[in-house]
Design a protein around this ligand. Structure first.
Ligand code: ZN
Ligand code: ZN
Length: 276
């Protein structure tokens, strides 16, 4: 895994333009195809083994699947189209106010002062407000303005694969429970195979959500989990990324939830000001 990550970083640095042109469509297509594959698998293969097709539980299953898919793709699109670069700020906020200069830092590539927690992305070719990382699956950087969408996108991926894994496991266990293991009533090969596939697919979004919550708990960005130089707590950090409506944003990426500030002013511990 580390080897793949190192290779990806190397290729991105070597030729950012070509890297973006090739990796973004592949990564986005991968998410779309994987999501449709698992929804199809769940609704047409696994669920019919547990519930009557046309029954209430099966219909509820479809409603849940549509809600989860809507939030995965909706938040993915919102993440991509939301501008979180320093250039998205009004012109007068792209320069420090008097007294803020010591908190801002100089970007050698953009050749101007940038707000605290923003840093340059070679793939987006600009400085990103409170930059966490560049995500290939949303084909955008994750920063102050779109972190909410990224969080919910990965959360719904984890929820979807989690629910699919749970029902998949129950469907498989049923064969063992109703079988004395001496008969032919064993789970079909494809049920076992897709359960293993589901288990592997579950790991990626779940670890991403855990990593993000851990980063919020440490008040730091994803690339520096040990950072604790921001003087706010976990819940405040959650409010900071989800906006004023906080957990209501779970319902849809269209829920309006203004952020507390424009991403340039952070309450940094006095002892750490010198680092910025
Ligand atoms: Zn820059
Ligand atoms: Zn980027």
């Amino acid at each position: 895994m580390c080897f793949i990550l190192a290779c990806t970083k190397y290729l991105a640095r070597k030729n950012p333009k070509v890297f973006v042109r090739i990796s973004h469509p592949i990564a986005v297509l991968f998410v779309i195809l994987t999501t449709f594959f698992f929804v199809g698998l769940q609704m047409f293969y696994v669920m019919p083994q547990l519930f009557d097709v046309g029954g209430m539980m099966y219909k509820l299953g479809w409603l849940l699947a549509i809600f989860i898919m809507y939030n995965i793709f909706g938040n993915m699109v919102a993440c991509h189209i939301t501008n979180t670069s320093v250039e998205s700020l009004p012109k007068d906020r792209q320069v420090p106010e008097s007294g803020e200069e010591q908190l801002w830092h100089y970007c050698d590539i953009c050749e101007k002062l940038m707000p605290p927690r923003s840093w340059h992305c070679i793939l987006c070719k600009c400085c990103i407000l409170k930059r966490d990382s560049h995500c290939l699956f949303t084909a955008s950087c994750i920063g102050h303005n779109n972190q909410r969408y990224f969080f919910w996108c990965t959360f719904f991926m984890a929820l979807g694969t989690g629910v699919a894994w749970a029902t998949h496991t129950i469907a498989t266990m049923k064969y063992f429970i109703y079988s004395d293991l001496n008969t032919d009533n064993l789970p079909p090969f494809w049920l076992i195979f897709t359960l293993i596939l589901n288990t592997y697919t579950l790991a990626a979004p779940v670890s991403s959500v855990i990593l993000q919550i851990s980063a919020l708990g440490h008040n730091g960005p994803l690339h520096d989990l040990n950072s604790d130089n921001l003087d706010i707590a976990l819940w405040e950090n959650f409010k900071m990324i989800l906006g004023k409506k906080v957990l209501w944003t779970f319902l849809s990426p269209t829920v309006k939830s203004p952020l507390a500030h424009d991403g340039t002013q952070w309450k940094i511990k006095e002892s750490d000001i010198s680092e910025y």
